[in-house]
Design a protein around this ligand. Structure first.
Ligand code: NDP
Length: 444
């Protein structure tokens, strides 16, 4: 790390004790910024990086609700409004028992750079709760969402802070939250949420966008070396929103996804995962991967390491730090040429180092999975103009945005002396745009 940034990182750790995921995300960005600080001392002089590491606002609140047995349950809600230099805070809500302030801050911090990279006018934020939707009835999920929004509504708005989905929060949960927001505020303010249903202000392609965008990004990385996804053997972890649509687009681009997973284990299907059945089981029946495996007569491995499967391309689409150094070693042995992150920070720092040393191309989430938030910004545009675009037009916009993010990463990496390093390119390009806006806005 550049010597000027060491005290910034040390202070961040001291001021945010125990928030290891936030430390990890911040370290990764700060380690990339050395060449920027050397070239542009004005950023260090104005303490822009130190300011960027401190969220503009953090809200933590109680979420009381009643379960089906009539018992009162209490969860904790979070919204970290990290940076609004480029636009309203924008970023999803995650409902998962692992959620605490450190996870929300890591996600919010990543979101600043990701959103900047899209080229669209959106700041960075993130939120969620330690609520576990698994095994809860629709009524319980609705009551939880209503209680969550009864507090959060006062902090959000189409020009202020615009939440969306993330792990555990899909269109159903967005619907319950938007419905409660509408009741409390007495306003049909569609632009306050993205990821909405089509009949109530949603955008075409938003559901598919993160996974589709990831596949487009992977295609472009491979085409830089004269190939593409066509004929490639691909392994995808997870089986949620991002994973399902990544599988779908990889298949459309001629690749073959032979495995996917959930937190119980993974399924292998050499002829390719049947994405329609997967959607039906996961979204329609809220089932598990083991149900998919049973229905297809395909082998299911409980627990296990999906990265031990040989593949050309690996797309981690489940959760943070799911691909460690052992997984990276197995992927290298199995002939993997590209790891592109669909999830946020799924690859641990030592795994990234191992992949790089072995010459495996690596596309970081803040670039490769930016298609979701980019299409959310397109949803905001449609809401603002009370318009609704067709599928093809919206998907074309998504494809253009992914291509432009890819190219900007490579150009920036070249400019700052790290050719081919997508992580350096994404961090630096994302950073400089936000930093310039912050300088222009005074000491903010
Ligand atoms: P979902 O809740 O729809 O799906 C998450 C999937 O990951 C589930 O299949 C879940 O399985 C699985 N999973 C979670 N933990 C593990 C684990 N330890 N091992 C194996 N599988 C696991 O979430 P999303 O698809 O929306 O999000 C996935 C990732 O992508 C997150 O990191 C999110 O932040 C990121 N992301 C999402 C965007 C979006 O638009 N939705 C945008 C950009 C990034 P189980 O059901 O067993 O928990």
């Amino acid at each position: 790390m550049h010597p000027a940034l060491v005290p910034v990182f040390d202070d961040l750790v001291a001021r945010n004790p125990g928030e290891v995921e936030f430390h990890q995300a911040a370290r990764e960005v700060l380690e990339s910024l050395g060449p920027v600080v050397s070239k542009h001392p004005e950023y260090a002089d104005a303490e822009v990086i130190r300011r960027l590491c401190e969220p503009e606002r953090q809200v933590i609140f109680r979420v009381p609700w009643t379960d089906d047995a009539g018992r009162v349950q209490i969860n904790r809600g979070f919204r970290v409004e990290f940076n609004s230099a480029l636009g309203p805070y924008k970023g999803g809500l995650r409902f998962h028992p692992s959620v605490y302030l450190g996870i929300v801050k890591f996600l919010g911090f990543e979101q600043i750079f990701k959103n900047s990279l899209t080229g669209l006018p959106i700041g960075g934020g993130k939120g969620g709760s330690d609520f576990d939707p698994k095994g809860r009835s629709a009524g319980e999920v609705m009551r939880f969402c209503q209680s969550f929004m009864t507090e959060l509504y006062r902090h959000i708005g189409e020009h202020t802070d615009v939440p969306a989905g993330d792990t555990g929060v899909g269109q159903r949960e967005i619907g319950y939250m938007f419905g409660q927001y509408k009741r409390i505020t007495n306003r049909y303010e569609s632009g306050t949420f993205t990821g909405k249903g089509l009949s109530w202000g949603g955008s075409r392609v938003r559901t598919e966008a993160t996974g589709y965008g990831l596949a487009y990004f992977a295609e472009r990385v491979l085409s830089a070396s004269g190939t593409g996804l066509d004929g490639r053997r691909v392994v995808v972890s997870g089986s949620g929103n991002v994973a399902i649509h990544a599988i779908e687009k990889v298949h459309q681009l001629g690749g073959r996804v032979v495995a996917c997973s959930d937190s119980d284990g993974f399924v292998v299907e050499e002829s390719g995962i049947d994405v329609d059945l997967l959607k039906e089981i996961k979204n329609g029946r809220r089932g598990r991967i083991v149900d998919y495996a049973e229905e297809r007569g395909a082998p299911f491995t409980p627990g296990g390491d999906i990265w031990s499967l040989p593949c050309d391309v690996a797309l981690p689409c489940a959760t943070q730090n799911e691909l460690g150094v052992d997984g990276a070693a197995a992927l290298i042995r199995g002939g993997c040429v590209l790891v592109a992150e669909g999830a946020n920070m799924p690859t641990s720092p030592d795994a990234i180092r191992a992949l790089r040393q072995a010459g495996v191309a690596f596309a970081p989430g803040k670039a490769a999975n930016a298609g979701g938030v980019a299409t959310s910004a397109l949803e905001m545009q449609q809401n603002a103009s009370r318009d609704s675009w067709g599928f093809e037009h919206t998907e074309e916009r998504l494809a253009e945005i992914m291509a432009s993010i890819h190219d900007r990463c490579l150009e920036t990496a070249d400019e700052y002396g790290s050719p081919g390093d997508y992580t350096a390119g994404a961090n630096i390009a994302g950073f400089t745009k936000v930093a310039d806006a912050m300088l222009a806005l005074g000491v903010v």
